[in-house]
Design a protein around this ligand. Structure first.
Ligand SMILES: [Fe+2]
Ligand SMILES: [Fe+2]
Length: 280
């Protein structure tokens, strides 16, 4: 069904609109033919502050998508559900898995969903489990788990499911959102812990025959090897993605490299960045 879609960045690592504040995290607000979806929640109640500053009414959320269980995407969940108690949460079964990152000195820190976020999720009106591809609204999809096919991509960090950092966290809950536009498929990424190439290849199988036109969100290339960067850039160029909005955890060096390698195709995504799409 034809219509307009608008995606507004509510939380990101950089504040781009006066009165908003930044934090390490991500949240997008999707306006979809009179319906509204929150994609990730940032890491705190900053979500509500930025929403107010940007004229977004969180109480209108019909659905809340969690791209994965990291604190910087789920920490604002209590705030989001508080504002929109009837919103359906779309998240993978493993979203609340305990998770840790190893620090440089060998210690670890918890980076999973906070107890507060987990409690509010349990109180939500309904949780739709997105272990496989799931339609959130008519034409708005999440991928569910993403097959890891490339041999040069990994989750992007020293992530583990145990505090002593012995069992790697493969982030099976990592997912992206996508929808069709008149120009091709548009993709929203959380952190792309499955790998941005794996994510886009999977979406190509879910939306066959459609070119990927726009990709925006976290690409977690902050610690990517030269080989991974080279091959990622090469694949993005071959896929002919026309608009690339690397944000959040992509990493400054990776953003610079993408902008250099794909001239005229990259655009900045900061708090307040809004992108409009036309549905076919
Ligand atoms: Fe992140
Ligand atoms: Fe993450």
């Amino acid at each position: 069904m034809a219509g307009k879609v608008k995606v507004t960045t509510l939380v990101e690592n950089t504040a781009g609109t006066e009165g908003t504040r930044a934090e390490h995290g991500l949240a997008f607000w999707i306006e979809w033919d009179g319906q509204h979806v929150l994609f990730d929640t940032g890491q705190s109640d900053l979500l509500a502050h930025n929403a107010r500053q940007l004229g977004v009414d969180l109480s209108q959320a019909d659905a809340i998508i969690l791209s994965h269980g990291h604190y910087d995407h789920t920490g604002g969940l209590a705030t989001a559900i508080g504002a929109a108690p009837k919103a359906i949460i779309y998240a993978h079964t493993d979203v609340a898995q305990a998770r840790y990152a190893r620090n440089r000195d060998g210690t670890s820190r918890s980076i999973g969903m906070t107890a507060d976020a987990q409690t509010s999720m349990e109180r939500a009106a309904r949780i739709a489990r997105t272990d496989g591809p799931t339609e959130v609204l008519d034409g708005l999809w999440v991928t569910g788990s993403i097959p890891r096919q490339s041999d040069y991509e990994d989750t992007g960090g020293p992530f583990f499911v145990d505090e002593s950092c012995t069992v790697p966290d493969l982030l099976p809950d990592d997912q992206a959102a996508f929808f069709d536009t008149t120009d091709g498929t548009a993709v929203l990424l959380g952190c792309a812990h499955s790998g941005v190439v794996n994510t886009l290849e999977h979406i190509r199988t879910l939306a066959p025959g459609r070119k990927i036109h726009t990709v925006m969100g976290g690409m977690h290339l902050v610690a990517a090897s030269d080989e991974r960067m080279d091959r990622t850039v090469e694949r993005l160029a071959r896929l002919d993605v026309l608009r690339l909005g690397p944000a959040h955890c992509t990493g400054k060096a990776a953003v610079a490299r993408l902008a250099y390698a794909l001239p005229g195709r990259c655009f900045p995504v900061v708090i307040g960045t809004a992108v409009e799409f036309e549905r076919p």
